[in-house]
Design a binder for this molecule. Structure first.
Ligand code: GCB
Length: 674
């Protein structure tokens, strides 16, 4: 025992000694066994208008090394970690990694989509890129990453640049002081592990794609540069727009020129002492709409730079239970999506991916897309701007979140802020959503209200929402009675099941001659704080399953009865606001033709009943059925049917259309046409 202790101590002494000999940073001098994590700085304020900046793209081939034991960080490894990027010179150096000879992948891209061995992997993977650069004294250089899941640590030429926690959203770091003339080595650790206080948490019904899932750019700006700018129509006066701008520093007196050449608009403003401008400008634009997705070239210049973008002008509002685009009543004829391209494994990130997705989705005669459940890359909204599709954008505050944890709140705030700051000038974006199916509690109310307040800081011109869970236990008990009454009256129900239905009705003292229909009221108190009352419902799919054990009635009987009662179901809300049905759907495997569930026929039938039910409810002014395309989901293992896909898509992963596709396309074209 004593001997072992002594030899261990001796061993660690040797290690410390070895470190001290080879270390360059102070942090390496600490003992291996108790080494403190170095400080990883947080990212900077988001740089807006990224597509018109001076950039060097780092998209393309990168090397990667999987690190399941998380051994490559300076604070966890024996010899200073992967960032040291030690290179074999004489053949005598002990180095147990080599990025030069490691496997390669394309960035953007998720490593668990590109390497079969990593399909189910959740942990750290290192990404390595060499690039040539010539730093300019009079400029700042930033590293911009459009999205990286979910915790990202960045090292440049062996130095720590910083850390970004939370996936899907863009972030940037000033890397000027780490750059070298000539060859530079960028090393990024991406870790797709989720835990109970991350956003989202461990359990999601979508794939936790890991790695850098958006563009990577080296961005050059002047020392004093335009950080971001906002230009949006005044919803109450269409010949005015609000212009806000901020510099990276609080420096006054910068002359800023704003130009919209096609509108012959030109004006100059001076930044105030905060380095900011807030002005109302007079313009008279053609309004952006799905029928006329008009965009204007907008240029902003300081004496050191010019940035530009294409911007559409429109208003979106609600009044009572109706939605208005440019003061015309409109219904959201939508579809929900995940960010996965057609026919390609992994996350969607490029303009081409979104063009194909949105153009195919347009065959449904939609005017609206719910981009669930997290921010996609900026290309989505840019393509939607051009194609005239309205968008709902969302952050991954999904199911159970660690509501009382202030770090969790900060991650979610950061996500919503960055999403808003990036897409604030996109005409297509008409809805910001802060959550999906979050169970009621007072801490959840506080958390979600804080996110709504965060949006208001940057943009109050769009509708806010959250996809709610609703319906009390009492309401759902009454659905059991409605089904029992229908069952007791129906000719085709077996005598045995009829007897059970009668018993249920007797116990509830409901005479068999009565007329009952089911009413659901969406009364989640968050309805007070949002503009759009959004609700996910699964009549004809999950809800039946919940009752079958309770009622001792076969699922087949209940499904048939549910279809019979659905047209009369009433959905309303105590809030005098429009309702958006943010989800409904059923799983179907493309090519599976039976009269059972998982068939295209069952899914199509469910759509017919759902659409009849929803159009019978006047407060419903928008829908986005679940879901456009089959998507990867770890929760869905059923062999032969799901094989780790959620099969509620109207097309399969390769783009093949299921029968329900036409049902929805026809409904939007011929029946629901405002
Ligand atoms: C939901 C969730 C969505 C799931 C869907 C399903 O209610 O919001 O993320 O994928 O149901 O297919 O069960």
């Amino acid at each position: 025992m004593v001997n072992i202790t002594i030899s261990r101590t001796f061993f660690s002494f040797l290690l410390i000694f070895a470190f001290n000999l080879h270390s360059e940073d102070q942090s390496d001098a600490d003992s291996f066994f108790g080494r403190e994590a170095p400080v990883y700085p947080s990212s900077d304020h988001l740089i807006g208008w990224i597509d018109s900046r001076q950039i060097l793209t780092l998209n393309g081939e990168w090397s990667y090394i999987v690190d399941p034991m998380n051994n490559g960080l300076p604070e966890t490894s024996f010899f200073g970690g992967f960032p040291k990027n030690k290179i074999q010179k004489t053949g005598m150096e002990l180095i147990e990694y080599n990025f030069e000879t490691a496997s390669k992948i394309e960035i953007p891209g998720a490593w668990n989509a590109l390497d079969e061995r990593l399909f189910f992997y959740r942990g750290p993977v290192w990404l390595y890129k060499k690039f040539n650069y010539s730093p300019k004294k009079e400029a700042l250089t930033h590293l911009y990453i459009e999205g990286s899941n979910f915790t990202t640590k960045i090292f440049l030429n062996g130095s720590i640049v910083g850390e970004f926690v939370g996936g899907y959203v863009p972030f940037n770091f000033n890397i000027s002081k780490y750059l070298k003339e000539g060859e530079n080595i960028l090393l990024v650790q991406t870790d797709n592990t989720l835990n109970e206080s991350s956003v989202p948490t461990q359990k999601t019904d979508w794939w936790p794609w890991g790695g850098i899932i958006g563009d990577v750019y080296v961005v050059e700006t002047p020392k004093q540069f335009i950080q971001n700018a906002y230009l949006q129509l005044n919803p109450d006066n269409f010949s005015e727009a609000l212009f806000k701008l901020e510099m990276n520093e609080e420096s006054s007196g910068h002359m800023i020129k704003l130009e919209i050449p096609e509108l012959q608009f030109k004006a100059e403003y001076k930044t105030n002492s905060l380095g900011a401008i807030t002005e109302t400008i007079k313009i008279n634009p053609q309004l952006w709409s799905p029928l006329n997705p008009k965009l204007y070239e907008v240029k902003i210049s300081s004496d050191a730079e010019t940035i530009s973008d294409k911007i559409g002008f429109r208003s979106i509002k609600t009044s009572g239970q109706k939605i208005y685009l440019n003061n015309y009543e409109i219904q959201f004829k939508g579809i929900a999506m995940h960010s996965e391209p057609i026919g390609i494994a992994g996350p969607a990130f490029s303009k081409a991916h979104f063009q194909k997705l949105l153009l195919t989705a347009k065959d449904l005669n939609i005017n609206f897309i719910r981009a669930a459940h997290y921010p996609y890359t900026r290309h989505l909204a840019k393509v939607a701007d051009q194609l005239g599709l309205m968008l709902w954008e969302e952050v991954p505050v999904y199911w159970n979140i660690d509501w009382d944890n202030s770090n969790t709140l900060n991650i979610a705030k950061n996500q919503i802020t960055r999403l808003v700051q990036r897409d604030q000038n996109r005409a297509s974006v008409v809805v910001w959503s802060v959550a999906n199916e979050t169970p009621l509690s007072s801490s959840r109310m506080k958390f979600l209200n804080a996110l709504l307040a965060e949006i208001e800081l940057d943009d109050s011109s769009r509708l806010s929402t959250a996809a709610l869970l609703s319906g009390s236990e009492e309401q759902f008990r009454s659905l059991v009675l409605v089904l029992a009454l229908q069952g007791a009256k129906s000719q085709w129900v077996s005598l045995k099941e009829k007897a059970i239905f009668r018993l249920i009705l007797d116990q509830a003292k409901i005479p068999i001659e009565s007329e009952l229909s089911f009413s659901l009221s969406i009364d989640d108190p968050l309805g007070e704080s949002v503009d759009l009352i959004s609700y996910n419902e699964y009549f004809g799919w999950y809800y039946v399953t919940f009752f079958t054990e309770q009622m001792m009635i076969s699922e087949g009987t209940l499904r048939k009865l549910m279809f019979e009662v659905m047209p009369d179901i009433k959905i309303s809300s105590s809030f005098d606001k429009p309702i958006h049905i943010s989800e409904f759907g059923a799983g179907a495997k493309y090519g599976n033709h039976t009269n059972k569930i998982w068939s295209e026929e069952y899914q199509a039938k469910l759509y017919k009943h759902q659409l009849e039910m929803l159009s019978n409810n006047p407060q419903i002014q928008g829908i986005s059925p679940w879901v456009f395309k089959d998507f990867r989901a770890m929760l869905r293992p059923l062999p032969g049917i799901q094989d780790f896909y959620n099969r509620k898509g109207l097309i399969d992963e390769d783009g093949n259309k299921k029968e329900a596709f036409e049902v929805l396309a026809d409904f939007y074209k011929n029946k629901w046409n405002k």
